[in-house]
Design a protein around this ligand. Sequence first.
Ligand code: SF4
Length: 81
Amino acid sequence: MRIIVHKAKCQGHARCWAHAPDIFMLDDEGYILPGDVEVAEGDELLASRSARSCPERALEIDPTPAARVESGVDQPKVGRV
Ligand code: SF4
């Protein structure tokens, strides 16, 4: 799973870091560092929640099919539809 970082949108709220300091790195002024974030297996849920907490929508969950499968988004539904 990958989080696409839109550095220009970041306003330094640090919510991402507050939720997941081991996943999202900030500079000395509280702005996210440039470069996409590769999320380790097992950290997908925390990373997704943290990305969605960004009020500036600076963190985008990679929507490509490979990333969706890796994150479990495209897993088959079980139970009644
Ligand atoms: S929550 Fe969003 S705006 Fe705040 S530091 Fe993280 S990426 Fe930047």
